[in-house]
Design a protein around this ligand. Structure first.
Ligand code: SD4
Length: 342
């Protein structure tokens, strides 16, 4: 079992590729494409912060736990991290200064739960799971979601950190809603903005457990400075996340409106049903978005990751700089650089 961090450029089709992730041990790794060989259990998740989240999920998977428990445990890590300004605690607020959270979860039986516009609760994914398990509904929003969370014993917390409040106050000076391309590539990031606020957004996680069952979760504070009440793709089953235990799962990050318009994650799973590999399915879903609005697509980021029933995985993004983390018995801290259109 290896625990050293690895960073692979999956755009290289043959031969060895060498990448050095910050504070990590460099390794030379040979990869053939954006798919893995078959393996289970396995967990994958979006962006660099997926490494820490995967490791929490791995504790469950490695003890023959259920994929559903793994994804919930995994995404709670970035939800609780105040330094991460795109998920949960410390998330950037909407234009009115309110941190509103969106999350969903889906299991191997097609059960799912979701919350949108939830305020003052640290772990929206766990509220989403309660919606799934304790109500006859799939989705609760706003005050109703908060009321339900409190009834279930969740406690109110202040989600707006001083750093995120400072960033919002700086934004208020111009108050222009201009989503900035999410990327781990620093060249996309305006220099003057504080913190790491535009590095990445949203954790989407997919897991295949040792019983061969799939589950997924997705959680976010949504697009920074959105209108109060705006809901993105992340809590919408079929858009931000979809699981079909016969086929595979997919999840999305990026400009949620485009993902919703194309029912992105459902599309990726259906493409896999029709024989596409996870990477090719993600690519086709991204191409659908680009084809519909080529001019718009130049300026936005959308990325998908997918995992199939065999444990093969892949990703595709509009813009470069998308990364996703993979954790299995061979590697606990693998970071893959996703292929992209631009
Ligand atoms: C949303 N998809 O609210 C989320 C945010 C995101 O990169 O992932 N941004 O639209």
């Amino acid at each position: 079992m290896y625990t050293r961090r690895k960073f692979i450029n999956t755009s290289v089709l043959t031969g060895a590729s060498l990448f050095i992730a910050a504070n990590s041990v460099a390794e030379v790794i040979s990869v053939k494409s954006d798919h893995s060989s078959e393996s289970k259990p396995v967990v994958i998740s979006t962006w660099d912060f997926g490494i820490a989240a995967n490791m929490a999920a791995w504790e469950v998977l490695n003890n023959n736990g259920r994929a559903l428990d793994a994804v919930e445990k995994g995404v709670r890590v970035p939800e609780a991290d105040p330094k991460n300004q795109s998920v949960g605690f410390g998330g950037l607020p909407d234009r009115d200064g309110k941190v509103t959270l969106d999350a969903c979860i889906m299991d191997e039986f097609g059960n799912c739960g979701s919350v949108a516009g939830l305020e003052q609760i640290l772990h929206p994914v766990s509220v989403a799971r309660k919606v799934m398990e304790k109500t006859p509904h799939v989705m609760l929003v706003g005050d109703g979601a908060l009321q339900f969370a409190l009834e279930q014993g969740f406690k109110k917390v202040k989600l707006l950190t001083s750093e995120s409040e400072k960033a919002w106050k700086a934004w208020l000076k111009k108050a222009e809603y201009k989503p900035i391309i999410n990327s781990e590539n620093k060249s996309f990031r305006p220099d003057k903005l504080p913190g790491n606020q535009y590095n990445h957004d949203t954790i989407g996680m997919l897991a295949l457990d040792s019983f061969g069952n799939l589950s997924g979760a997705c959680t976010t504070s949504g697009m920074a400075y959105k209108m109060h009440g705006r809901v993105g793709d992340s809590p919408i089953i079929g858009a931000g996340l979809y699981i079909d235990n016969e086929i595979g799962g997919a999840t999305a990050t990026g400009v949620g409106e485009e993902v919703i318009r194309n029912v992105g994650s459902f599309l990726v799973v259906e493409l896999m049903r029709n024989g596409y590999s996870p990477a090719d399915a993600c690519k086709e879903a991204v191409m659908r978005i680009i084809k519909k609005k080529p001019e718009n697509a130049k300026h936005i980021q959308v990325s998908f990751i997918a995992l199939n029933k065999k444990g093969e995985y892949g990703s595709y993004a509009i813009q470069k700089g998308f990364s996703f983390a993979v954790c299995n018995a061979e590697n606990q801290e693998l970071l893959l650089k996703g292929n992209s259109y631009y």
